[in-house]
Write a protein that binds this ligand. Structure first.
Ligand code: GLU
Length: 296
C-alpha cells in the first residue's frame, strides 16, 4: 500500500499553534513512511470561512517547510461530489429529510436528559416529516449491536462508540444549506485515496460516524491517529475562536520545536540550525516513537 496522508485545515483564521501540531504530526507520519502528504482546504462552512485565511495558511505551511506533494484540494470546488454521495445514499434509503428545528431537538434532548435516557437525536423524522418542511438530510444509524463502531487509534488505542445511543441519525446536509463536515471529509478522503489520517484528538468523536459513512458509501477505512490537542490556560482547546494567536512565521524553528515537544518527540540537545535538520531529526524521533508504540 502506498501511504497517502493529509492535513485538512479549516480557513477560519491564520495557522495557530494547535493546528501546527496537527500539520506537523501528519507531515512527520507521511515522511517516516515515505508517503505522500496532501493539503485540503476545508472551506465549505461558508459562515465560518474567513476570506484570505486559506492563502495565509498555505503560505505559512510553505514557510515552515511543509510542502504538499500535490496541488491543494479546495472543498468549495467539490460540491458536485457531495451531492452525488448524498444521491447515492438516498437511493439506498439510508438518508431522510428532517424538519426538526434546533429548538425542537434541544427540547427533546432536555426531556431525554430529565428522563435519564439517550442524548442522541431521537429520530423524530425517521417516519416522515409530519407536515413540516424539510430542513436537513440525516443518515440513519443502525440499531442494536450494529450501532457499535470500534477502531484502533494508533495513538490513543482501542475506541468504541455506539452511534445509536451516543450520536443518533446525523446530519449530512445542514438546514442552512451547507454540506456537513462528516460527509465532505469522508468523500474527500476516499477520492484522494487517503490511507492514513493524522489529526487532533478533538475530532476523535467524529471518527465512528466517518467509519460508518465509509461503510455506507462502500469506500475503504483509513488508519487513524489522533494527537493530543493543545489547550489554553483554561484547559480549552486552542482554536481560532478562542483567540489563539497566529504563528510568528519569522521563527519557524521555535514554533516547530515547541510543536515537536508537544508531541513528546526527543530532538536531542543540539537545537537544529535549519528546517532540513529539524525535519530529519523530528522524522527519526517520530518513527522511533511510533515503532515503540507498535511493538509495546
Ligand atoms: N478541518 C478540520 C479542522 O480544521 C479537520 C478535519 C480533519 O482533519 O478531518 O478541525
Amino acid at each position: 500500500m502506498t501511504y497517502r496522508g493529509r492535513f485538512a485545515p479549516s480557513p477560519t483564521g491564520p495557522l495557530h499553534f494547535g493546528s501546527l501540531v496537527s500539520a506537523l504530526a501528519s507531515w512527520l507520519d507521511a515522511r517516516a513512511q515515505c508517503g505522500a502528504w496532501l493539503v485540503r482546504v476545508e472551506d465549505i462552512d461558508g459562515p465560518r470561512t474567513v476570506p484570505g485565511a486559506a492563502e495565509d495558511i498555505l503560505a505559512t505551511l510553505e514557510r515552515f517547510g511543509m510542502r504538499a506533494d500535490e496541488a491543494p484540494v479546495w472543498q468549495s470546488q467539490r460540491i458536485a461530489r457531495y451531492q452525488q454521495a448524498l444521491e447515492q445514499l438516498k437511493s439506498t434509503g439510508l438518508v431522510y429529510p428532517c424538519g426538526c428545528t434546533r429548538k425542537e431537538i434541544a427540547d427533546s434532548l432536555l426531556n431525554a436528559h430529565a428522563r435519564n435516557t439517550t442524548l442522541a437525536y431521537p429520530g423524530t423524522c425517521r417516519k416522515g416529516l409530519h407536515g413540516k418542511p424539510a430542513r436537513a438530510w440525516r443518515l440513519r444509524v443502525p440499531d442494536g449491536d450494529a450501532a457499535v463502531i470500534t477502531f484502533d487509534d494508533r495513538w490513543q488505542g482501542p475506541q468504541t462508540q455506539n452511534l445509536a445511543t451516543e450520536v443518533g441519525d446525523f446530519v449530512l446536509r445542514r438546514a442552512d444549506d451547507q454540506w456537513a463536515y462528516q460527509l465532505a471529509v469522508v468523500v474527500d478522503d476516499a477520492d484522494a485515496g487517503i490511507t492514513h489520517i493524522v489529526r487532533g484528538a478533538d475530532l476523535m468523536d467524529s471518527t465512528a460516524r466517518q467509519i460508518y459513512l465509509q461503510r455506507c458509501l462502500g469506500v475503504a477505512t483509513p488508519a487513524y491517529l489522533h494527537v493530543p490537542v493543545v489547550t489554553n490556560e483554561h484547559g480549552e482547546k486552542l482554536s481560532k475562536q478562542n483567540g489563539a494567536t497566529a504563528l510568528d512565521s519569522d521563527k519557524p524553528l521555535e514554533a516547530l520545536g515547541a510543536a515537536a515537544r508537544h508531541l513528546g518527540l526527543e530532538l536531542g540537545s543540539e537545537p537544529p540550525a535549519t528546517l532540513e535538520q529539524f525535519y530529519s531529526v523530528a522524522t527519526a524521533a517520530w518513527a522511533k516513537r511510533m515503532n515503540l508504540r507498535a511493538s509495546a
